[in-house]
Each structure stands twice: as structure tokens, then as C-alpha cells.
Design a protein around this ligand. Structure first.
Ligand SMILES: [Zn+2]
Length: 44
């Protein structure tokens, strides 16, 4: 997953739009990608 996709999914996660598979892909990306992790913390 690239960062652009990860950010889309982060936004979807907040509104409960993600399926289990997307959530796990997103969390894998966030583990590996600090900028996206920070981005998500800001959203929350
Ligand atoms: Zn990223």
C-alpha cells in the first residue's frame, strides 16, 4: 500500500467504512510508516 492509499483508508477508518482486510492492511502500513502514523494521530 502506498501512503496516498493509507491516508484514504485512515479517513475511512474514522467513519467506520473499512472492512477487516482493509483495516489490517492499514495497520501494517502504519507500523512501517511513521509519517502516516503521525497523520492518523492528528486525525484522532
Ligand atoms: Zn505511509
Amino acid at each position: 500500500m502506498d501512503c496516498k492509499k493509507a491516508r484514504e483508508l485512515s479517513a475511512g477508518d474514522l467513519t467506520g467504512e473499512l472492512g477487516p482486510e482493509e483495516k489490517s492492511e492499514l495497520s501494517e502500513h502504519l507500523k512501517a510508516c511513521e509519517p502516516c502514523r503521525r497523520e492518523q494521530e492528528l486525525l484522532i
